[in-house]
Design a protein around this ligand. Structure first.
Ligand SMILES: [Zn+2]
Length: 432
């Protein structure tokens, strides 16, 4: 073999080695990335969604006036997050009727029991700042999804128990051979996140000492916090302002757009804080992963709160078609509960500093996708009210009970005597 030929072969060998080493490096890096977010079995298929590289929003303006957007890699991890199935199939009658206040770990047992029918499944979808598991529950074999979530605000614990009671009743009725329910659950699927703020739930019910990690912000600032109406998670972030929606954290960096928003963690009464980065909180990301899995099949979305027996129905920046559908749904709920309906006129884009769970689900319904430029949902058809609705579901904020309380007899009264039970059962049997 000539010297030149040998040299050429050596060069090819070296190139091959470099390619192989590089390949191994990329593979390890990728699987490491997945490890951070996946917590177990691959029970749910990975999902792929479009990610926009262009945006109607001016990147410079966003950088100047908005809080930081979510990183593309973080959003992708949420999209590809695998939920871990934890329930088995040995159903026994689930005995729960608002008897007592429950610790979060007692709730976890209930969530698992709700998943124990062959019609239902319970998943761990993530965990809170103080390392409590978060759960997603599905009931039904149908493809049309009724999506309900609860307790994104700490003090609004009634919503977790009312939703848990509904899920319990559904499974018991199904197992009891109720024909109407069996038929309904062949047609639809209930998808629920019964507690979006587990640390907040526990702290509101049992005090700040129930936090395991005493380094967390609300423990460190416990002397200044009014726990009576606490909204935030254990980091002091209002999860219902932390979703990466189009206007999340508007004017955040410049000044406070609205008197009750804060650019930093705060203990002041009636103020809330978006977080420093959109989608920064693990509770937000866990909820997003379940929402992104099901929104395309959703026929109605309800986000439960507990302040004042009202319904918020309308987003001024979104399509007329969406707002008409949402108003119709609010009127349907109100026909059972007599809750007051607030329409478009009581909402202003950006005024609430946005980033709520309903903003996120509403923007997804209107076809928004994640923009890598702004780190938030985005669209080309923004502020065009005549554009058509991509996924035809209404989005409602439903405030149950007069005010926050941990008195379970109030929850029980609201469920049975203020139309909630009947409304929810009719909603799966007949749509609206
Ligand atoms: Zn609330």
């Amino acid at each position: 073999m000539s010297r030149r030929k040998r040299k050429k072969i050596n060069r090819i060998k070296l190139l091959l080695i470099i390619i192989i080493v590089l390949g191994i490096f990329i593979y390890i890096k990728k699987s490491k990335n997945n490890d951070i977010y996946t917590s177990g079995d691959d029970n749910v298929d990975n999902i792929k969604y479009d990610i926009l590289d262009k945006s109607e929003s001016d990147k410079d303006i966003v950088e100047k006036y908005f809080m930081d957007g979510m990183k593309k890699s973080d959003y992708e991890r949420v999209l590809n997050h695998n939920n871990r199935l934890i329930s088995d199939n040995n159903y026994k009658y689930i005995d729960y009727d608002f008897e007592n206040k429950l610790h979060y770990n007692e709730l976890e047992t209930l969530f698992k029991k709700i998943g124990s029918s062959n019609i239902s499944d319970t998943y761990v979808i993530g965990s809170s700042v103080d390392k409590r598991n978060m759960y997603g529950i599905t009931i039904g074999k149908g493809s049309d999804v009724l999506f309900i979530d609860a307790n994104i605000h700490a003090a609004e614990v009634s919503t977790t128990l009312v939703l848990t009671k509904f899920l319990t009743d559904l499974v018991n009725e199904y197992e009891n051979g109720n024909k109407d329910i069996i038929n309904a659950l062949n047609r639809v699927k209930i998808v629920a996140i019964p507690c979006m703020n587990p640390d907040g739930y526990e702290v509101y019910n049992y005090g700040v000492e129930s936090l395991k990690n005493k380094e967390l912000w609300i423990y460190q600032n416990k002397g200044n916090i009014n726990f009576e109406n606490i909204k935030s998670n254990a980091n002091g972030v209002d999860l219902n302002r932390n979703f990466p929606t189009q206007n999340v954290g508007l004017y955040y960096k410049g000044y406070n757009l609205i008197k009750n928003t804060s650019i930093d963690k705060t203990t002041e009464k009636g103020k809330y804080f978006n977080g420093y980065i959109a989608g920064s909180e693990p509770e937000t990301r866990a909820s997003m992963s379940f929402m992104l899995k099901y929104y395309k099949d959703t026929y109605a979305y309800i986000n439960l709160h507990s302040q004042g027996r009202v319904l918020y129905a309308g987003k001024p920046n979104l399509s007329n078609e969406f707002n008409d559908l949402t108003k119709k749904f609010a009127n349907y709920i109100s026909s059972y509960t007599s809750y007051r309906v607030h329409g478009l006129s009581s909402e202003e884009v950006g005024e609430g500093n946005d980033g709520s769970a309903t903003d996120f689900m509403a923007e997804l319904a209107n076809g928004f996708v994640f923009s890598t430029k702004t780190g938030r949902l985005s669209t080309d058809k923004y502020i065009n009210n005549s554009c058509s609705l991509e996924y035809k579901y209404p989005v409602i904020t439903m405030e149950i009970t007069k005010t926050w309380t941990s008195d379970t007899s109030v929850f029980k009264d609201e469920y049975y005597n203020h139309g909630i039970k009947n409304m929810l059962f009719d909603l799966i049997e007949n749509n609206f």
